[in-house]
Ligand binder design. Sequence first.
Ligand code: IMP
Ligand code: MG
Length: 183
Amino acid sequence: MRADLKEKVDRVLITEEEIKKRVKKLGAQITADYSLDDDIVMVGILRGAVMFMSDLARCVDLPVTLDFMDVSSYDGTKSSGIVRIIKDLEENIAGRHILIVEDIIDTGLTLRHVVSFLETRNPASIKICTLLDKPERRKEKKVEVDYNGFEIPDEFVVGYGLDYQEKFRNLPYIFVLKEEFYE
Ligand code: IMP
Ligand code: MG
């Protein structure tokens, strides 16, 4: 491990090999669940989902369109789950099958809002695929996850797309950040 990381890592939670194996499996599951005739749009939520989406898309053996959205929580109203759309989709999604790709579901409030927002455009279906899930933190029970990479404990993790102050996203594994670095 890189010298500058050693002092920041509490422990590696998911290795590069474990991620690869799981992403392959998720891709196979998704491939099996849709058909060749389905018009699928994978919607990655920026920026955390970029690594996961690019690996996952290569493991889905079906024609898919890739698109991205960027959203952020309104300051001070985090618990309301009202999010601001920073970047909307490029694609028209009416009648198409949407697969939302997220890095991590924490409270679930962000995704609930994204789903309601996309539903108004009448897609044929909306499914959710997340790499990580912190079930202990869930506030929004209405958000149903269709594909889940790993359930993890309530700890702050970084790497493989996930950041702390925009750092660590390019690491190929996921680690728990020492508390002294974010407290
Ligand atoms: P929520 O589900 O609306 O609470 O928010 C999920 C978002 O919070 C994710 O898309 C991440 O951007 C961020 N997040 C939650 N937990 C973590 C973590 O452990 N590390 C990095 N980002 C996190
Ligand atoms: Mg995110």
